[in-house]
Design a protein. Sequence first.
Length: 297
Amino acid sequence: MPHAQLRELEIGHSIPFGFELIPAPADCAELINTFFVATSDSKRLEEMMPAYSAQLMVYVEGSSDLCPEGDTIFESQPVTCTAPLLSATPFTLKGPTKIVGASLTPLGWHCLSGLAADEVNNCMVPSEKILEAQEIAELEGLAQESRRGSVPNEVICDAISDVVRRRSGQINAEHARFVGIVTKWLSSALNPPLEALYSEVGVSVRSAQRLCKRYFGVSPSRLVKRYRAMRAAMFLANPDLSEAMRSDILGIYFDQAHLIRDIRRYTGRTPTALKKTSLMQDTLDPDAHGEGAKILR
């Protein structure tokens, strides 16, 4: 995918920024949704990160803070691991910034970290708790070379792929099957019925709820609610989606108040604000959300 054009974000003065998506290799499709390159020339850029998948990021330049509800502020490292975000979360970029990262699928995050998404979420996890010292050193070394202009972004993406790929054999086969079924269910309709999932997974409702919390952070009923809101936000942020899709998405909601409430919860924005240019607008591209957003492509 070509690099997104630099845009002007107006908050008192112009701030150029860029966002690029790079496809993951085919053999990592179950583990990595996509790679991304985010850049900003701003010395300080405050944003809201939508409810987004776990990420493994390499900071070529700059740093960031993640500020979930409460007093805790998580500060990025040169190699940063971010657990799944279950709701919109404030964060601050301190730059100039360049980040090369991977959006991880539920299986990819579990392979990488071994952490249950319902127990560890909305936070950054110290990289040394997840990665080997030599892996961190390799990624930090590539960041230094990238600053000098001697390696392209794709080389960092390849190194991240290798880190995730090395752990691909650690997942329980039955759990992988369950996650695959949930992902297929999420992409089967804009508002898929719970009964369709429970009839397919081959385990009890209680077991399905437990496994869904472990890999997706929440129960199936709350998961589909989050995906429903994110899809609505993706549409409102993307003028190229059809009017037929617009009717289908808006028809899911009982009224506009419910639509606004859910979009605000999961994106940190009102529907009107989704149309305003921002760095995070591009994180609402369906291509950034893997199979779960396939229905919108």
